[in-house]
Design a protein around this ligand. Structure first.
Ligand SMILES: O=c1ccn([C@@H]2O[C@H](COP(=O)(O)O)[C@@H](O)[C@H]2O)c(=O)[nH]1
Length: 278
């Protein structure tokens, strides 16, 4: 099967460099005039799919907001994933999974095996049990053309205490994650299938992203305070690999479909200009 990197490259070429999150916060459901239950969740998700599924390269449902409703919420997540795929979007499920390798194999089967009801194009993963513990995800992703985005430098202020800590060889913990993912992507064309999560909020931290050869998912834009203009400071010469990601900034425009599309077009225009500027 065609690699996730190749599929992502084509999607971004056709639809532009943008990921929009589906994060049905209780406050957003209320703002949209929806009930904070599975029926509100279903209406919210369907509306987002209708508004952006056929125009955004990557859509990122946040699993937590579906899981909080138990099995019926997960059923809506499964249906949302199917609707997004039918609309032609790549689906990146934000689940941030990580565990010992034998358990990671089960997470891999849950999200990256085409036979699973929760099968998606890519997932987010946490490397804090060691990047090597994620190997079953990397392996299954490679087999089935999937992708894995590994947390490196997260957008929240608490992340730096762990991620900027120094390992025995003097590199930061984040740099060791960056370097291991770079190894996995070596030689891949047009771009590797293993991405990193690097928050747009973090400023210039001095980390070296130049060898990653994979997508750099940049959350933290909009509601968390970062702007498209910040991407240059954070990513420097790696700007062309950045996949900017917005959730609340776009979702706040709903439930009107036209307003959701207008908000999406606006952030896409800003990001396009930011990541292609020389
Ligand atoms: O470092 C990270 C990693 C993941 N996220 C997730 O992205 C969205 C951000 O939502 P906004 O409404 O655009 O703030 C959310 O699902 C987070 O869990 C992140 O923010 N930072």
């Amino acid at each position: 099967m065609e690699s996730f990197g190749a599929r992502l490259h084509r999607a971004v070429t056709e639809r532009g460099p943008l990921c929009v999150g589906i994060d049905p916060h209780p406050g957003l459901l209320a703002r949209w005039g929806l009930t904070d239950d599975v029926s509100g969740l279903d209406r919210f998700s369907r509306t987002v799919v209708e508004a952006i599924g056929d125009r955004v390269a990557v859509v990122k449902p946040q699993s937590a907001f579906f899981e909080r409703f138990g099995a019926r919420g997960v059923e809506i997540l499964e249906s949302t994933i199917r609707q997004l795929r039918d609309a032609g979007a790549l689906v990146l499920l934000d689940v941030k999974r990580g565990d010992i390798g034998s358990t990671v194999a089960a997470y891999a089967a849950a999200y990256l095996d085409p036979a699973s009801p929760l099968y998606v194009d890519a997932v987010t993963a946490s490397p804090y049990l060691g990047v090597g513990s994620l190997a079953p995800m990397f392996d299954l992703a490679t087999t089935h053309g999937g992708g894995v985005f590994v947390l490196a430098l997260t957008s929240n202020p608490e992340g730096a205490a762990v991620q900027h800590a120094r390992a025995a060889d003097g590199r930061t913990v984040a740099q060791t994650v960056i370097d291991e993912i770079s190894q996995l992507n070596r030689g891949a064309e047009p771009i590797g299938s293993f991405g990193l999560v690097v928050g747009a909020t973090i400023g210039d931290t001095g980390h070296d992203l130049s060898g990653v050869n994979g997508p750099l998912l940049a959350p933290g834009l909009g509601a968390q305070g970062a702007t498209a203009a910040d991407l240059r400071t954070v990513f420097g010469t790696s700007l062309s690999s950045v996949l900017p990601s917005y959730s609340r900034e776009v979702l706040n425009a709903g439930p009107d479909i036209g307003a959701l599309r207008a908000a999406t077009d606006r952030v896409l225009t800003e990001c396009h200009a930011a990541v292609t500027a020389s």
